[in-house]
Design a protein around this ligand. Structure first.
Ligand code: CIR
Length: 289
C-alpha cells in the first residue's frame, strides 16, 4: 500500500478515542488508524430458535449455539469491548441477530423495520439503546436491516436487498447526513444482506465473495476475495486490533492472515455453525459502537 493509499482516521462520529493499533506495521506501510469500538449490544439465544428452524428441517443444537454465542461475547471482550446482553424474546426466534434492528452511529441510533417474521424485534432493542443514544424511527414505507449497512471510512454503503428498500436507503442517508457521512446504495441481488457478500476489514481493504458485482461501487484500496467455495467467509468483524473470522474456511483464511500480518491485526476464528444454519454470520450477532 503506497503513499497514495493513505487515509485519515475513520471519521465516524463517536466518543471513542482513535486507536493506532498496528504495532507490527513497518514504516513504509503507514499506520492506518481505526476508530475504537467500546461497546456491544448482544441478545441472548431464545429457546424458540431451535423449534423455529426445526420446523423448517434445520436441526439446531441449542447448547452449542449458546456456547458459540458466549465465545463470541468473550472475543468481543478480548478486543476491548464492553458487552451488554439483552434478554431474548421467545416470540421472535431470530432475535439473537441483533445487528438488524438498529444502525448505531453515536450519538444516535436509527431503528430498522425488519422482515415480517422479525417485526417484533426492534422495540426492546430501541429501549435498550436509549440508555446511550437518541433513537430515530423510519418512515412508514421504509425497510432497513442493519445487515445491509456497511461503514467504510467516511462512506456508508447500503445494500438494496429483499430486506432493505430504496426508502430505507434514503432514510439512512438522512440519518447520517448530520454526521457528514456519504451514503452509497448498492444492489445485492443474490445474498440475504450486503454484509453477507462483503465486509470491511479496515486498512482500506474490502473482503467480498468473488461473484459480488457491486464491489465496483466501493472506494477502497484493495479487495480480497473469499475462495469461491467459501462464501460464508465474507462476513468478518474487525474490532479494534482484532479481526473475528468465521472458522472452517481453510482456503480463505490464509488470505485474511496475510492481511492481518501486514497490518498488525490479530485473527480470531470463531465457530458459528448454529447461527449459519439460520442464515446468520459474525456481524449479525452484535451491534457495536
Ligand atoms: C433472518 O432471516 O433475518 C435471519 N434468519 C438471519 C439474519 C442474519 N442477519 C444478518 O446477517 N445481519
Amino acid at each position: 500500500m503506497g503513499e497514495g493509499c493513505r487515509r485519515r482516521a475513520l471519521p465516524l462520529p463517536g466518543r471513542g478515542r482513535i486507536l493506532a493499533g498496528e504495532p507490527k506495521v513497518s514504516p513504509e506501510h503507514e499506520v492506518r488508524q481505526v476508530r475504537e469500538l467500546t461497546t456491544a449490544l448482544m441478545r441472548r439465544v431464545p429457546d424458540s430458535y431451535e423449534p423455529f428452524y426445526g420446523a423448517r428441517g434445520i436441526a439446531i443444537d441449542l447448547q452449542t449455539a449458546r456456547a458459540q454465542h458466549a465465545a463470541y461475547a468473550d472475543a468481543l471482550r478480548a478486543a476491548g469491548v464492553r458487552v451488554h446482553l439483552l434478554d431474548a424474546d421467545e416470540a421472535w426466534p431470530d432475535c439473537v441477530f441483533v445487528e438488524d434492528p438498529a444502525v448505531v452511529v453515536p450519538p444516535r441510533a436509527l431503528i430498522g423495520r425488519l422482515a415480517a417474521h422479525r417485526e417484533g424485534e426492534p422495540p426492546p432493542v430501541q429501549a435498550a439503546l436509549r440508555e446511550w443514544h437518541e433513537t430515530v424511527a423510519l418512515d412508514g414505507g421504509a425497510r432497513l436491516e442493519g445487515g445491509d449497512v456497511l461503514h467504510v471510512e467516511d462512506t456508508t454503503y447500503v445494500g438494496l436487498t429483499a430486506r432493505t428498500n430504496a426508502r430505507g436507503a434514503d432514510a439512512l442517508r438522512d440519518f447520517l447526513a448530520p454526521a457528514g457521512r456519504r451514503v452509497v446504495a448498492v444492489r445485492v441481488p443474490n445474498y440475504l444482506h450486503l454484509k453477507t457478500a462483503a465486509s470491511y476489514l479496515g486498512n482500506g481493504t474490502l473482503l467480498a465473495v468473488p461473484d459480488f458485482a457491486g464491489v465496483k461501487a466501493f472506494q477502497v484500496d484493495q479487495v480480497i476475495h473469499t475462495d469461491a467455495a467459501e462464501p460464508v467467509a465474507a462476513n468478518c468483524l474487525r474490532v479494534n486490533g482484532d479481526l473475528l473470522v468465521v472458522a472452517g474456511n481453510p482456503r480463505t483464511e490464509p488470505r485474511l492472515r496475510a492481511f492481518a500480518e501486514r497490518h498488525g491485526v490479530r485473527v480470531v476464528p470463531l465457530e458459528i455453525s448454529e447461527f449459519q444454519k439460520g442464515d446468520g454470520s459474525l456481524t449479525c450477532l452484535s451491534t457495536l459502537w
